[in-house]
Design a protein around this ligand. Structure first.
Ligand code: CA
Length: 223
């Protein structure tokens, strides 16, 4: 199970965020100050830290440096209300993997978390006869290579990494298009239909691996 440490002193942010992370299926630890965050990051089994830059006690930059010095294999997503570029660069210099400016949309933050965690996913996914080679950006269906456009590839990856679960439309839009205004358009449905046709192979027909869950989203069926 993926464990996320949420280091944030503002409960108006950490309460809804920790609930949202739990709904995503992560185990969540909340640390309300720098010292609690640092000891949790160094001594607990954590996969990713959402780290507020302005924490009481030890600040986010110092915690990030200490995590990097420790050599622990942890992803760090920095949250910052200070939006000037210097702070961002310093944040990344300190070894953060990514950052999100405050205020942020919950869906955007969750999409960034998923994108970071995906770096730790296996290079090859193989489900229901579909083989996805992430670094080569290659997809094979029953052994035959299928040529996918960039967004089709990202869409398939969003579904395959959560095979067997319904992936809500808004999550897919955030992850693949990073543009919530597309939620009301036909963009996603069009891409799903192209993807189904390509997965069906050269003999035509429509693939049945991707199920539509009406009013919610789509599910890649694992057999
Ligand atoms: Ca703060």
């Amino acid at each position: 199970m993926t464990t996320v440490l949420l280091a944030e002193d503002d409960s108006a942010i950490s309460d809804p965020l920790s609930r949202a992370l739990e709904r995503e299926g992560y185990k969540v630890l909340v640390a309300p100050d720098g010292n609690a965050a640092l000891s949790a990051a160094l001594y607990n089994d954590i996969n990713l830290v959402i780290l507020d830059l302005g924490l009481p006690g030890t600040d986010g930059l110092e915690i990030c440096r200490r995590i990097r010095d420790s050599g622990r294999d942890l992803l760090v997503l920095m949250l910052t209300a200070r939006t000037d570029e210097v702070d961002f660069i310093v944040g990344l210099d300190a070894g953060a993997d990514d950052y999100v400016g405050k205020p942020f949309r919950l869906a955007e933050l969750l999409a960034r978390v998923r994108a970071l965690l995906r770096r730790r996913e296996p290079e090859v996914l193989e489900i229901s006869g579909v083989r996805m080679e992430a670094r080569a950006r290659r997809v094979l269906v029953d052994g035959a290579e299928v040529s996918l456009a960039n967004k089709e590839f990202e869409l398939l990856r969003a579904l395959m990494t959560r095979a067997g679960q319904v992936v809500p439309r808004e999550d897919i839009i955030d992850e693949v298009w990073h543009d919530p205004s597309l939620l009301t358009s036909k963009t996603l449905d069009m891409h799903i239909s192209w993807l189904r046709r390509k997965l069906a192979g050269p003999n035509g027909g429509v693939d049945h691996r991707i199920a539509t869950v009406r009013g919610v989203g789509f599910r890649f069926d694992s057999d």
